[in-house]
Design a protein around this ligand. Structure first.
Ligand code: ZN
Length: 150
């Protein structure tokens, strides 16, 4: 595919998740939560998780943000559900490396998050793209904590 076409496809996926965020709201039985704020852009989310032993049974989020932060949160809830905490952490590490341009990450290794790969050309948006993920990490490891990109 031409890169212009690919960009357009990515835009479509991002806008779709922005307009219709998946797993919006607190999942039933959620036992973990953390807040994330990105004052630079005004993104503010609360991320919920339901743990079943070491497995992330469900993830949801509430709040509001720009298209990038909302789409990333929405995609995250789909990707992480059903994974172990370790797997969830590994996905975030790869995604973080992909959007910050550090390391040689195969975009295909982050699944649908690949649509956010273009963010690496806009350093200020990296905080938008990773906000929900930082909040999820806090919810899993340090529940109740609030994370800020500042
Ligand atoms: Zn943002």
């Amino acid at each position: 595919m031409e890169s212009a076409e690919l960009r357009e496809l990515y835009q479509t996926v991002i806008l779709d998740h922005y307009k219709k965020p998946r797993n919006f709201g607190r999942p039933e039985g959620a036992d973990r939560e953390a807040e994330g704020r990105n004052p630079l852009c005004g993104d503010h989310f609360k991320v919920y998780a339901k743990l079943d032993g070491d497995r992330v049974a469900a993830v949801g989020f509430e709040g509001s943000g720009c298209a990038i932060s909302t789409a990333s949160a929405s995609l995250m809830t789909q990707l992480v559900a059903g994974r172990s905490r370790e797997e969830a952490h590994a996905i975030f590490t790869r995604f973080h490396d992909l959007v910050t341009g550090s390391g040689d990450v195969d975009p295909a290794s982050v699944g649908k998050l690949e649509v956010l790969a273009g963010v690496r050309e806009f350093p200020a948006r990296v905080k938008c793209a990773t906000l929900a993920w930082h909040a999820l990490e806090a919810a899993l490891d340090r529940p109740g904590e609030s994370v800020s990109t500042e």
